[in-house]
Write a protein that binds this ligand. Structure first.
Ligand code: MG
Length: 333
């Protein structure tokens, strides 16, 4: 079976083509990324860029897989969660392809796709999943047909916290240099832990906007930026670690998987490996190339879903900006 998947939830337009009949399952992996000149991602600007590039990316993917479109078994698309205008670019392209080629259309939840590609690439069986990206912060575990959320951010995502601080203090963009976030890098020369920053874990949830405000205030007061970065990062990472540790205890799972763009942080990984040792758990980290948004994860999840009979009428394939991971029934497990 061969499935083409389209991702466009934020700044990436990705097209992946995968198969389940060969050892190397990736037949094509094409992507382009919108990089704002300044500030964060403006949904409309990003969507314009994605719409402009979409046809060429799709064409390139088919070319590099040496496939005729007729050989595809299905078209998969990320319908959410994400930025509405961006999601609609992928949805429109996928609906058009499905109708024109007369192929089934498979709806994919972007967050589920991050988990599934992680499982495929790390070969973990049943981990506690720590999903950290620019738009997401969640601790997730599979229980009875769903990926259930054991804890999440109540306000901004961890990636958003780091990127916003970097932007406001001109540490970035770019935010990641040689695999290291600029805040992580800056923290390396930090000497002092600042006492007055809020550490917020409420029940199983975390919150970062108070921490961001405290960090920016300290920066404007002239406090050493290295100390701020050190404090910011320690609090942010440790609060997620605390939630993940409790989830491990509660579910008695023996694996932890780090997914999402922030998961690439070597410092975060170290912390998780140390924590997991205490619980006799294994840590798996999704390779950076597939920890960020990509079309392969949508194609792969689409393939799994399609094999369990998941399809959608193109006329009903609307985007869902707030489509939660725990709303999806995982029929293929
Ligand atoms: Mg993502």
């Amino acid at each position: 079976m061969i499935v083409l998947g389209i991702e466009s939830s934020a700044h990436t337009f990705g097209v992946g083509i995968v198969t389940d009949s060969k050892e190397s399952f990736i037949l094509a992996d094409e992507r382009i990324q919108y990089v704002p000149k300044h500030g964060g991602i403006h949904p409309r600007e990003s969507s314009r860029f994605l719409a402009e590039k979409a046809p060429a990316v799709i064409e390139k993917a088919l070319e590099s897989a040496s496939l005729h479109p007729a050989e595809l078994n299905a078209i998969a698309v990320a319908l959410g969660p994400g930025l509405g205008p961006c999601l609609r670019v992928g949805a429109t392209a996928a609906r058009t392809l499905a109708l024109f080629l007369r192929k089934p259309l498979v709806p994919v939840n972007h967050a589920v796709a991050h988990v599934e590609i992680g499982l495929k690439l790390t070969a973990l069986q049943d981990p506690v999943v720590v999903y950290l990206s620019g738009g997401n912060t969640a601790v997730i575990a599979y229980v009875e047909k769903r990926y259930r959320v054991f804890g999440e951010t109540l306000d901004i995502a961890l990636g958003n916290l780091l990127d916003t601080f970097a932007r406001e203090t001109t540490l970035g963009p770019p935010y990641i240099i040689n695999g290291l976030h600029v805040v992580d890098k800056c923290a390396e020369s930090g000497k002092k832990f600042l006492e007055d920053f809020p550490y917020v874990v409420k029940g199983q949830d975390v919150a970062f906007s108070g921490l961001l405000t405290a960090a920016l205030r300290a920066y404007r007061r002239g406090v050493d930026i290295h100390d701020i970065c050190l404090t910011l990062r320690e609090i942010a990472y440790n609060s997620v670690l605390e939630v993940a540790a409790r989830c491990l205890m509660h579910t008695k799972k023996k694996e932890v998987m780090l997914v999402g763009g922030v998961a690439a942080s070597p410092i975060l990984r170290e912390k998780f490996i140390k924590m997991a040792e205490k619980y006799n758990a294994l840590v798996g980290v999704v390779p950076p190339q597939y920890a960020v948004d990509n079309g392969v994860m949508i194609a792969w999840t689409g393939l799994l879903a399609f094999k369990s009979g998941v399809v959608i009428d193109p006329k009903a394939a609307f985007v869902r900006q707030r489509w939660r991971i725990d709303e999806v029934e995982i029929l293929w497990k």
